[in-house]
Design a protein around this ligand. Structure first.
Ligand SMILES: [Zn+2]
Length: 306
């Protein structure tokens, strides 16, 4: 099960109700994994208010190095240090090695735990696997913003469920050979070669994409194809030239969701200029293009399960 909590949902300048960008993914399996996507100012306090321990965060994915997406790293690292963290922390992002080194250099941290920085490719249109675990992987692809920027994809690994009826039809009985079959894709049963697809059904893993800041682009369509959820830049109700072209408006983001055949769209990173009524209008406008759309608000939680 994947639980997603929006910790910050505003663009450039925060408001009383909306904090700078940060989204936390809690993935519950045999072990719990906690992944943080972007870390704007105040993220550690937003985590506390959500009842999620910042000490559980082992991997942080920065979409791009604008302060509204990373300024929360400095106090978060300091707090982890004062709480006597020993575990390694890994920070991913375009040019992450350079920026993480700069951040650690900023004050007298006296760091007692290792911080590992991983550069994420930000040019071209290829999908890169940047993290791999037993249960899931994280992928990235470059996006279109004013500075190097990427989108991230959380992808739960596909699973095979043994179909007992199919086993019965083929006259097969349970045994240790089934473990081998699950691991290697095929195994021998009383001298007969059995393939996993003969007796099992594939269950696609969950797929969720977070774009960070971007104007609508094909790379986002590519990485979010058929995903369960797309979390897209929805900065503007309607974009005009004067507002800069490197964000999306809600209808444009909805078009990307439609093109990528995603199941659900959540728009975030709203400009502070919009009041409650405007936000309603944003949702309505997006829904005309892609009906299953929600507008994120701080502390909004979504649960996904397959
Ligand atoms: Zn931003």
């Amino acid at each position: 099960m994947l639980k997603i909590t929006f910790l910050g949902t505003v663009s450039g300048i925060p408001t009383k109700d909306r904090n700078h960008s940060a989204i936390i993914f809690e993935y519950f399996s045999d072990i719990k994994s906690t992944l943080l996507f972007d870390c704007g100012e105040g993220t550690q306090k937003q985590l506390m208010m959500s009842g999620i321990s910042f000490m559980d965060v082992d991997n942080i994915f920065i979409s791009h190095w604008h302060a509204d997406h990373f300024a929360g790293l400095i106090p978060l690292i300091q707090t982890m240090n004062m709480e006597k963290r020993k575990k390694e922390l890994t920070i991913y992002g375009p040019e992450a090695e350079r920026f993480v080194a700069d951040i650690i250099d900023l004050g007298y941290f006296g760091l007692r735990f290792p911080i590992n920085a991983v550069n994420v490719p930000f040019e071209g249109d290829e999908i890169t696997k940047i993290m791999d675990s037993e249960e899931f992987e994280v992928l990235s692809i470059p996006t279109l913003h004013t500075v190097p920027s990427v989108a991230y994809c959380f992808k739960e690994k596909d699973r095979w469920g043994i179909d007992l009826d199919k086993m019965k039809d083929l006259g097969l009985k349970r045994g240790s050979w089934l473990e081998k079959l699950k691991k290697q894709g095929e195994a021998e049963y009383r001298g007969k070669k059995i393939k996993l697809s003969d007796i099992a059904n594939r269950k696609d893993g969950l797929k969720v994409v977070y774009t960070g800041d971007t104007k609508p682009c094909e790379t986002v369509v590519k990485i979010s194809k058929d995903s369960d959820m797309l979390i897209h830049d929805g900065t503007f109700l309607e974009l005009d030239e004067s507002q800069g072209k490197y964000h999306a408006d809600v209808a444009e983001a909805a078009k990307i969701a439609k093109k990528a055949d995603v199941k659900e769209l959540i728009l975030t990173h709203l400009s502070r200029r919009y009041n409650r009524d405007d936000v309603k209008e944003m949702e309505e406008r997006a829904k005309k293009v892609f009906p299953n759309t929600k507008i994120a608000h701080d502390f909004m939680k979504v649960e996904l399960k397959k």
